[in-house]
Design a protein around this ligand. Structure first.
Ligand SMILES: Nc1ncnc2c1ncn2[C@@H]1O[C@H](COP(=O)(O)OP(=O)(O)O)[C@@H](O)[C@H]1O
Ligand SMILES: [Mg+2]
Length: 363
């Protein structure tokens, strides 16, 4: 859902910003350190409850200020009223406490806000998705499952709590019998979560392949989901079989928290074949594909935050990226140091914002 208004207060070097973004492309142009990434970080915080740059809220709140605010108006469609604007907001204090407001109501859940604002971030360091540990790829899959499966958030939360409980029980258990009651519930959730993840990967593979073709036509991409334990054993049996090993480790070794997405091109793992530049393109393609798939399945448009990425692309790919995003009617925020770097992406509907020392002015 596009943001029709964005208000940022006391966020890094942005004292106060109040803009009316375009439902299409929004370009943030300014020198290094002017505050472009901070605008994207603020939108990301609105949709995720945290920054993508820092785990410490204190770093994000403006120096010498006690708190930050990000407010937005989200354009929504409803059956009764054609289109209306839903006010949403987040406030963070230095002690880490968070207040979420939706439709004027305080005390709302972050997950609710995340549902309203599906976001995709594309930035030059994003290739950790392909080169680093499985947790990045699990987050990738779970983004999609979260936005398409209503029960996922709750089930995954319960799984994590039960898994923690099991690990605590493991330490003192005299026999497997002491765990079997918990493991039944755990196994049910594990199978459900794995099923959703598997189905999601299968569903979005075609779009991912098409998008990778557009950006890296010389490679043929394959996505394979690994659920975190061997595919022929039901999870309850596995837990029982591995009881002694898990006990000596002190935690449950296999399961949905070990799931991964194995990404290959022409049969070889991507990180062994692609150059750094190609990895960046691949990540960009995967993220665009994921947003497109969401829009196809749920009719929810996705907001793309593209930080310093235009400079990484040649003119042809820049145009291709812009065309793909325009085709889904997505709202896009693109940061760039110069106007030339975004010239290929501009159109009449787009808005240009000039960023200077934390001030954001529409041009
Ligand atoms: N907590 C903070 N309070 C005030 N200023 C900050 C804070 N954190 C970072 N900054 C400053 O804000 C600016 C952020 O710039 P950034 O958004 O990364 O710029 P750009 O993406 O345009 O290069 C930097 O100049 C940085 O020094
Ligand atoms: Mg930046």
């Amino acid at each position: 859902m596009p943001l029709s208004r964005l208000i940022i207060q006391q966020f890094r070097n942005i004292k106060a910003c109040d803009i009316h973004p375009s439902p299409g492309f929004n370009f943030l142009v300014g020198a290094n350190g002017s505050g472009k990434t901070s605008v994207l970080e603020a939108i990301y915080l609105l949709g995720h409850g945290r920054s993508f740059k820092s785990t410490l809220t204190g770093r994000v709140i403006q120096n010498d200020q006690p708190e930050l605010f990000v407010h937005g108006r989200v354009q929504e469609h409803s059956l009764t009223r054609d289109q209306f604007e839903l006010p949403v907001g987040i406030n963070k204090q230095r002690d880490g406490s968070t207040e979420v407001k939706i439709g004027g109501q305080s005390g709302q859940k972050l997950a609710q806000l995340a549902k309203i604002l599906p976001l995709q971030l594309i930035h030059p360091e994003g290739f950790e998705l392909l080169t680093d540990g499985p947790k990045f790829r699990r987050a990738f899959i779970d983004w999609g499952v979260f936005h398409t499966e209503a029960g996922f958030h709750e089930a995954w939360g319960r799984f994590k709590r039960l898994n923690k409980q099991r690990n605590a029980l493991l330490k003192d258990a005299k026999s497997y019998r002491e765990l079997s009651y918990w493991d039944k519930q755990l196994a049910e959730l594990a199978e459900k979560i794995s099923h959703w993840r598997q189905a999601y990967v299968e569903q979005m593979t075609t779009v991912a392949q098409e998008m990778c073709q557009a950006f890296l036509p010389e490679f043929d991409i394959q996505l394979k989901y690994y659920r975190g334990w061997d595919k022929d054993t039901p999870y309850d049996q596995l837990l029982e079989r591995n009881f002694e090993r898990d006990q000596s480790l002190g935690y449950t070794f296999s399961g949905p928290n070990k799931a991964d997405l194995r990404i290959k091109v022409n049969g070889t793992p991507v990180e062994d074949v692609l150059s750094r530049g190609q990895l960046k393109l691949m990540v960009c393609a995967l993220r665009v594909a994921q947003g497109q798939h969401l829009t196809q399945v749920t009719e929810k448009p996705c907001i793309y935050l593209i930080d310093d990425f235009a400079s990484e692309l040649d003119s042809q790919r820049r145009k291709r990226l812009a065309d793909c995003l325009k085709a889904t009617g997505a709202q896009v925020f693109v940061s760039s140091i110069t106007e030339e770097q975004i010239a290929d992406m501009r159109d009449e509907q787009g808005k240009l914002f000039h960023v200077e020392q934390g001030n954001i002015e529409q041009r």
